[in-house]
Write a protein that binds this ligand. Structure first.
Ligand code: SF4
Length: 228
């Protein structure tokens, strides 16, 4: 269990799953390079977070809700959450509905976190893990069950459902543990040049062609073992 001052950003999970070195460069060494893709991503999140809560066809929608999980040691914001409490009187606020519902009633609610992403659906789990972490935060904070969520991709503009399976939850918990290991231990892994480097905004700071030869994977593993 983590304390509030130990919480790390949920968004860092995405950097971690993209490349552990990129994650450490951003969150340990505080390096960041804005490019067209990162700027578009920030803009999309800002748009998703802006705006008032609303109700549409019985679905209540909140934006930019702060989240945290002391079990995972993570905190962040949910772009959009759709709430479908079945029998809440008109005029009752969502906060009041959450406060007055019994645990059994809350577990019957349909709650769907929706994350907005520029670009296409990815082959790896980085977006799904980020969304799953949001769901785990909500479950822990509100004593609810969230079996699934959705990611809205900009290309093409479509919504992809995400099932929070036991496997995805385990991947998310492992990623959160690894994130703490890297950031709390202030460990920056050596570069390993892969196809991902072509899309990495930090490629000119990381210099994978140079650095991947200067620090061996063996030395990196020894450093982790020494620190644990
Ligand atoms: S350039 Fe490659 S190795 Fe370096 S941080 Fe980016 S993805 Fe990772």
């Amino acid at each position: 269990m983590f304390s509030e001052d130990q919480l790390l950003p949920i968004s860092a999970l995405q950097h971690l799953l993209f490349c552990e070195r990129q994650c450490a460069l951003i969150h340990v060494e505080r390096l960041w390079v804005e490019n067209r893709l990162t700027a578009e991503g920030q803009q999309l999140h800002k748009k998703a977070h802006d705006g008032k809560p609303e109700s549409r066809d019985g679905v209540r929608i909140t934006r930019g809700l702060p989240l945290h999980s002391l079990n995972l040691g993570l905190a962040g914001q949910a772009d959009v959450i759709e709430w479908e409490p079945p029998s809440v009187r008109l005029g009752t606020t969502l906060a009041a509905a959450i406060r007055t519902a019994t645990s059994v009633e809350r577990h019957r609610w349909r709650i769907t976190p929706v994350e907005y992403k520029r670009g296409k659906s990815k082959h790896n789990d980085c977006d799904r893990v980020q969304l799953c972490a949001q769901a785990i935060c909500l479950e822990e904070m509100l004593d609810v069950s969230i079996p699934s969520g959705a990611i809205f991709y900009g290309e093409p503009r479509r919504r992809e459902p995400v099932d929070f399976s036991p496997e995805l939850r385990e991947t998310t918990a492992n990623a959160a543990r690894r994130l703490h290991q890297i950031i709390d231990g202030r460990l920056t892994p050596p570069a390993v040049k892969t196809k991902m480097c072509e899309n990495c905004s930090l490629v000119h700071l990381c210099l994978p062609n140079v650095t991947s030869h200067t620090r061996s994977a063996k030395a990196w593993i020894e450093k982790i073992l020494d620190a644990t």
